[in-house]
Design a binder for this molecule. Structure first.
Ligand code: BGC
Length: 768
């Protein structure tokens, strides 16, 4: 059974009633972030029940020594862990001397809300502590988008049935462990614990990577909304600093603590300046005050929603789902820092410890291209360009030569840090996504200049990889690619994975096409790149032999491309014959049983058809969809969105809608029973694509024309979205009866809608 406790609401994620069993799931779902840092929705006060504490800073990682049973040559030395950073939210609270801990209280009227419109998290509840005192608590917390090193908390306690002492003991704690350490090691060294008047700071550094981080706090108090001063007692420990303040209250009084906190890191400052910068941040925040900071937070999110929002009328759960996805994507990555990327769990958990997967290129780029300035997607591409040398080194470690590059499956700094052989060595299709990302960007933005300037070097190195990775099969008189894992990770060490072979062929062809164009139009860049890469025309002819003669497994009987050699030896039993008790199979079955089964984790052959849809006829798409979808278990978050888009494009709206709900509410309804580990951030971009590309039918065809083919699920009254397209803003609205386009820019825009050309004049609504 999937969980279903989130209250439907258009702009908020809401939990009513306290259930200790939901605490860890809610900690993921109610996470907050600002693209630079973020954290799980842990309680500020002590909690002795089950919890997974997590606070993370973009780009700060630890290379945790690889742990495997049996070492294989070529394994990376380490697995990069997104580091659980010092805790700045903590406030120990005592009511008349008794520790306040929800795990020991009688709780009523518990409500937790993540307000996505305004970017804050709150809780309110009444609690009776074991000694009989009753309190009403309200809290609000956010991490500021505007001052992206700062977070703020407002925490109020009303003394309902007593007069006495409420003790607030705010602290900074650097003694935080990652949940997923390989050797149970502590990853931080504490350098300094600094006490101030109403503030404190801890300077710590990560072991090995030596990132330095200063975590500061500053507090103030109010009783019944009037500022009061309080006397503090300091307790300084090796890894923690706590300030304890006792406020005397009368029955009915409300005591409030405001806690401002800041992370500053050596990614942005000289080490010697970190502590001061952190202190300055909290001072600035405290001077502005909670309400002013909150007002600017609301403004920042208002700006984000202007281009990012998708409005769905007539289906609250679908509306909540899409906004949750858009909100989390923005919380994870705002696009302002080219050193950062989009981790599959964002700032909501630690699994998938590395930061960057193929997910970025295959799933996330379209969302950022259409909802933000073009420079954001370019930053994402440049992230890979900057890591080309490491990708070449990575390929060299595996025996490739001549500047061939294999981009990592998981990375923080360009080095591979995934260490399961079937993924590290075999899931090489990821290399194809690197070029696809460039193609997609250039096609969408028409910024072809990116290719001569940066992209071409990446493309040459990847084409070299495919050329070397394929081998000639005399038996088939074709080129084959052996021993791979496709996107479907429920098959390993297979031969001729359709998706991988298709991408390899396409990568070579596209690289050669771009080489020719750059030679024609960007002669200087061409000469520079050719010299740097030491590339000859002869070498490209060798590449083309591989792409021209690539082998693709095909079944005459079913008239479909096969996912891999031998696929038809499997017993093809559709998933609707699988008992519910057996799912998800990755939690119920042995790995051996999974590998032997026909079940597909995520779109694989269909992933290729999705990326290159214009190369397949509708009948072909239908045939392949009907063959593969019934045996797909969608146990990767990246699966339902692709199926939703394909289903819409072959006019299967009920299926498209079913898959849409699954992708958009994957975490909210915990379909895969794992939300407590964190949210699936990268697939959220797929949810956005499911509306815009799926229902909206948006495509940018190779001739550069923007096309739509809007359809609407029966369950909805209407939906609308906005996209940035080459500097223009276009609004699309679709209801059950009409379809409207509005051009918010100053230029005329040509569109193809339902195969007919229309011209959008600025500020004139076109109704179809
Ligand atoms: C998927 C991969 C994906 C990774 C991170 C895995 O479950 O199979 O394709 O890259 O999750 O999202």
């Amino acid at each position: 059974m999937n969980k279903n406790y989130i209250v439907p609401s258009e702009w908020s994620i809401i939990e009513n009633g306290f259930d200790a069993d939901n605490v860890e799931a809610s900690e993921s779902l109610f996470s907050i972030g600002n693209g630079s840092m973020g954290q799980r929705a842990n309680f500020e006060e002590d909690y002795s029940g089950k919890t997974f504490q997590g606070s993370y800073i973009g780009g700060i990682y630890y290379p945790d020594k690889t742990r495997v049973g049996w070492w294989k040559n070529g394994y990376p030395e380490y697995f990069a862990k997104v580091l659980n950073a010092p805790n700045w939210i903590g406030i120990h609270i005592k009511i008349n001397g008794t520790t306040f801990d929800l795990n020991t209280c009688k709780i009523s009227d518990f409500k937790r809300e993540l307000n996505m419109k305004e970017g804050w998290l709150s809780r309110s509840f009444t609690a009776e502590i074991p000694s009989g005192e009753k309190v009403e608590v309200t809290t609000k917390r956010f991490v500021s988008v505007e001052i992206n090193e700062v977070g703020a908390i407002e925490y109020s306690v009303k003394a309902v049935n007593f007069s006495g002492a409420i003790e607030f003991a705010p602290y900074v704690d650097s003694g935080i462990m990652n949940e997923d350490t390989n050797y149970d090691e502590f990853f931080w060294e504490i350098l300094e614990v600094i006490d101030g008047d109403n503030n404190a700071c801890i300077l710590s550094k990560t072991l090995k990577t030596e990132f330095h981080v200063a975590t500061a706090m500053q507090v103030s108090f109010a009783i019944n909304n009037k500022e009061v001063s309080a006397t503090k007692e300091t307790s300084k420990e090796e890894k923690k600093i706590t300030h304890t303040y006792k406020l005397q209250v009368l029955e009915g009084d409300v005591a409030t603590i405001y806690k401002y906190a800041s992370y500053t890191s050596s990614m942005n400052y000289e080490i010697a300046d970190l502590v001061e910068a952190s202190f300055l941040n909290v001072e600035k925040a405290a001077n502005l005050g909670f309400n002013a900071l909150l007002a600017s937070q609301i403004k920042s999110w208002d700006e984000i929603w202007k281009t990012a929002d998708i409005v769905i009328e007539g289906d609250v759960k679908a509306q909540q789902g899409i906004r949750f996805n858009i909100f989390q994507l923005n919380q994870t990555y705002m696009g302002t820092d080219a050193r950062l990327n989009i981790g599959p769990k964002g700032f909501t958990g630690e699994k998938y410890g590395g930061s960057t997967y193929w997910d970025t290129e295959a799933y996330c780029i379209p969302f950022y291209m259409a909802t933000k300035d073009q420079s954001v997607a370019k930053n994402l591409l440049k992230y890979r360009y900057n890591q080309l040398d490491k990708a070449i080194e990575n390929a060299e470690k595996l025996g490739f030569t001549n500047g061939a590059a294999l981009y990592p499956m998981v990375t923080m700094n360009g080095e591979e840090c995934h260490n399961e052989w079937e993924i590290t060595f075999e899931e090489i299709h990821r290399n194809g996504a690197m070029i696809y990302g460039i193609y997609n960007y250039v096609n969408y933005t028409q910024d072809f200049a990116y290719i001569p300037e940066f992209g071409l070097e990446v493309m040459i190195a990847i084409a070299r990889f495919w050329h070397q990775r394929a081998n000639y099969s005399a038996a088939k008189d074709k080129y084959v690619i052996l021993g791979v894992t496709g996107p479907n990770e429920y098959e390993n060490n297979i031969n001729n994975n359709y998706y991988t072979n298709y991408l390899a062929k396409w990568c070579i062809e596209y690289t050669v096409e771009c080489l020719n164009k750059v030679k024609e139009d960007y002669k200087e860049d061409f000469d520079r790149v050719i010299e740097k890469a030491n590339l000859t025309a002869e070498e490209t002819y060798e590449w083309l032999k591989v792409s021209d003669n690539m082998y693709f497994p095909y079944s005459e009987e079913h008239n479909v491309y096969l996912q891999q050699d031998g696929f038809l030896d499997k017993e093809l039993i559709p998933t609707d014959k699988l008992e519910a008790s057996q799912r998800p199979i990755n939690q119920k079955w042995s790995w051996d049983r999974i590998l032997r089964s026909c079940y597909i984790k995520q779109a694989d052959t269909l992933q290729g058809m999705y990326l290159f849809e214009d190369r397949f006829s509708k009948e072909e798409l239908e045939r392949h969809f009907d063959f593969y979808e019934p045996i797909t278990v969608h146990e990767s978050s990246l699966s339902p969105c692709v199926h939703s888009i394909l289903a819409a494009s072959i006019d299967r709206m009920p299926k498209a809608y079913e898959m849409y709900l699954r992708t958009s509410r994957l975490d909210l309804d915990d379909y895969n029973h794992e939300v407590h580990e964190g949210c699936h951030i990268t697939s959220m971009a797929g949810t956005w694509m499911a509306v815009v590309q799926g229902f909206g039918g948006m495509r940018v065809w190779q001739d550069g024309i923007l096309a739509f083919n809007p359809q609407i699920p029966e369950e909805w009254k209407s939906y609308s979205f906005t996209i940035n397209f080459r500097g223009n803003t276009i609004k699309v609205y679709k209801s059950q009866t009409e379809c409207k386009f509005f051009n918010e820019s100053e230029n005329e825009i040509k569109l193809i809608v339902d195969n007919k050309e229309i011209i959008l004049t600025p500020s004139v609504e076109v109704v179809l």
